[in-house]
Design a binder for this molecule. Structure first.
Ligand code: GDP
Ligand code: MG
Length: 254
């Protein structure tokens, strides 16, 4: 529990056998559940997560690779679902390649716990010295995609591509998570969906971490997929969200 709130970590992992144990070992003690979503990795990612000596860890496996967005949606479903373990109030996404600094987690949770936001996301671009800490192409690409995301969603967000986020169960319940883009580009699609349901979103500076991990994000994702998702988001913007579009249930005549 963190400040009276039940917290789950959702950890998407694909071919992260080299990093998954370090990522799991970094999860702070106040986190109640850790849901690892392995996406048909052909290496030892799932086996290492399952063998990790921490009773908080649950490993879910997709039989076929569906993408990081679909994996996060699966993780939210488990974390917010009632099962053997109590449902989380807030789910935080931390990648299986240990690129999220656990020291930033309390600051990411504070606005959500205090009711100032329903979705808090990391902002690496505002971290002191970010430009020197991030690969130049990443820094620049991020600035451009963040500007496009602000235009498409109307949200005042920076670093739209940051995957370090905290989402409340109430906000998740207002979204159709299964309809979101299943692969890279997911954070932009989720931001657009949050904007459509009027969820409060805020940025929290987080440390950019780059070590020996390799990214699966390609040029097609950055130059085609994300811009296309954002153009679609701008077209959908202003339309009522799914559940608001359905007719209210008519009152029965007395
Ligand atoms: N479950 C699942 N996780 C994925 C997939 N692709 C990437 N990931 C995970 O998502 C996280 C971020 O992916 P990464 O390629 O490092 O992207 P980047 O850090 O944004 O450049 C890592 O923990 C990956 O293991 C996928 O297809 N399925
Ligand atoms: Mg990464």
């Amino acid at each position: 529990m963190y400040r009276g709130v039940r917290v789950a970590v959702v950890m998407p992992a694909f071919h992260e056998a080299r990093h998954i144990e370090r990522a799991l070992a970094g999860v702070p003690a106040f986190v109640d559940r850790i849901v690892v979503v392995d996406d048909a990795s052909r290496d030892e990612t799932a086996a290492r997560a399952e063998a990790f000596p921490d009773a908080r860890v649950e490993v879910v496996r997709h039989p076929h690779n569906r993408g990081v967005g679909a994996a996060i949606a699966t993780g939210y479903g488990v974390a917010f679902g009632e099962g053997e373990r109590a449902a989380a109030d807030v789910a935080v996404v931390m990648a299986g390649d240990a690129q999220m600094d656990p020291a930033d987690l309390p600051r990411l949770l504070d606005p959500v716990v205090e009711g100032r936001a329903e979705y808090a996301k990391g902002d690496r671009l505002r971290w002191p010295g970010a430009r020197a800490r991030m690969p130049a192409s990443r820094w620049l690409g991020n600035q451009v995609l963040s500007a496009l995301t602000r235009w498409a969603t109307g949200l005042p967000v920076n670093d739209s591509q940051c995957g370090y986020t905290a989402l409340t169960r109430e906000a998740a319940a207002r979204l159709d998570l299964r309809a979101l883009w299943p692969r890279y580009g997911y954070p932009n699609d989720l931001l657009a969906a949050l904007a459509r349901v009027g969820a409060r979103v805020c940025d929290v500076p987080v440390r950019p971490v780059y070590a020996d991990e390799t990214s699966g994000v390609g040029w097609i994702d950055a130059l085609v997929v994300v811009p296309a998702l954002l153009v679609r988001a701008s077209v959908l913007r202003g339309r009522p969200a799914l559940e608001e579009r359905s007719e209210p249930v008519a009152e029965r005549p007395a």
